[in-house]
Design a protein around this ligand. Structure first.
Ligand code: GLN
Length: 373
């Protein structure tokens, strides 16, 4: 490798410069050619297990239901790797072995496998609803005057960047950003009107505030309260807006009880540019939908968003209640419930299910075989 056929052309002291300039790029190029022939898929612990345990030899064309059943079977083998959230005590009572996935397609097909009718706490997934409605009511400029559009790489409840930089909260998918957005909205819309909007967006009239979860979170709210008052001190929550009111609004939004099917419903509305697929009625503006999906892709899985985008490639938003809402643009909404979480607060089994679906159904945004409607 270090043999240098041109050494007589260069003085010896230039040799190392020559090696780094020419040989290393050449070596990387040769490696990449080799890699191309050996790996057509990204190596992933989850995907290798699937191949060993669940892949059907002599592949026939799998139906969507087959794929979902296999995905859930695989996901179930991973639930023990995570744990339910306990920092909101009410969430700690949930059975971590549950798993369900529901898909609503634009052509009207609905497929659900596993625990898809179990009600659970929406938690951070509500951040996309708060943002969408705030964009409609307060407008782009008003919202993005107070919150940014950049991923943080920090945990969702971190105060680090808020304290250590002069910047506004980095994005509306972390707690600081969502509390700011809630402060814009809380004085403009009542929670009851918000609830009606959410029921319509999720195509689920049974969505309600889970009072037990709400009180449980409100009695363990120190960290979010610290964030809210820091926001006020830095002027991101205006003095005339009631900080406590904004905080209550934010926690109420997190305490809505949904199912995997409700999440799939909202996912489909977002996949369909904000239009209800059955009635043809526009529920959200195109611009709001575009912004929400973009921020889901870049920031929706907290500090795991980058790796998730590479492995799965579907705009998604997770919550510590164990839900994940995913949007396959132009095609379908996916809702997942798997309350055992990884260290970043994302559903362990849910990520596995999505990775499997993404590979098998070619759902990755940049998969060359992805259907375009
Ligand atoms: N209500 C939770 C909190 O504010 C939401 C966090 C989450 O789902 N990541 O901590």
């Amino acid at each position: 490798f270090f043999f240098d056929p041109f050494q007589h052309l260069f003085p010896v002291h230039h040799k190392y410069l020559f090696i780094s300039d020419i040989y290393i790029p050449l070596y990387l190029f040769v490696i990449s050619l080799k890699a191309d022939t050996h790996y057509t898929k990204l190596p992933s612990p989850c995907y290798h297990t699937i191949r060993k345990q669940h892949r059907i030899k002599n592949r026939r064309r799998l139906s969507m239901r087959d794929v979902l059943e296999q995905a859930v079977a695989l996901g179930k083998t991973h639930t023990h790797e995570g744990a339910v959230a306990t920092y909101i005590p009410e969430l700690g009572k949930v059975d971590g072995s549950q798993l369900g996935v529901s898909v609503f397609c634009r052509n009207g097909k609905r497929i659900s496998v596993g625990d898809t009718k179990v009600r659970f706490s929406i938690q951070s997934i509500s951040k996309i609803i708060t943002l969408a409605v705030a964009l409609e009511i307060c407008g782009f400029d008003q919202v993005f005057k107070k919150v940014g559009m950049e991923p943080t790489g920090d945990p969702f409840n971190s105060l680090m960047k808020l304290e250590n930089t002069d910047s506004s909260p980095y994005n509306p998918m972390i707690n600081a950003g969502a509390i700011v957005v809630a402060s814009c909205l809380a004085s403009e819309i009542s929670f009851d009107t918000m609830l009606d909007t959410i029921r319509a967006l999720c195509m689920d009239p049974d969505i309600n505030l889970d009072k037990k979860v709400y009180h449980s979170e409100m009695s363990h709210i120190s960290r979010n309260r610290a964030i809210a008052y820091l926001l006020e001190s830095k002027g991101y929550i205006e003095k005339n807006k009631d900080v406590e009111n904004s905080l209550h609004f934010y926690v109420k939004m997190c305490s809505l009880s949904v199912t995997a099917e409700s999440l799939a419903g909202l996912g489909l509305i977002l996949a369909n540019d904000g239009i209800h697929p059955d009635t043809g009625k526009r529920l959200l503006s195109s611009q709001a939908v575009k912004i929400v999906k973009t921020l889901m892709f870049t920031c929706g899985m907290y500090d795991g968003s980058g790796e998730f985008a590479v492995r799965v490639g579907i705009p998604s938003k997770s919550g510590v209640g164990g839900g994940i809402l995913s949007v396959v643009d132009g095609e379908m909404g996916i809702g997942i419930f798997g309350p055992a979480l990884d260290k970043k607060g994302n559903s362990v089994a849910g990520e596995c299910v999505l990775e499997y679906m993404s590979h098998e159904l070619h759902l990755h945004m940049f998969d060359p075989q992805r259907h375009t409607l």
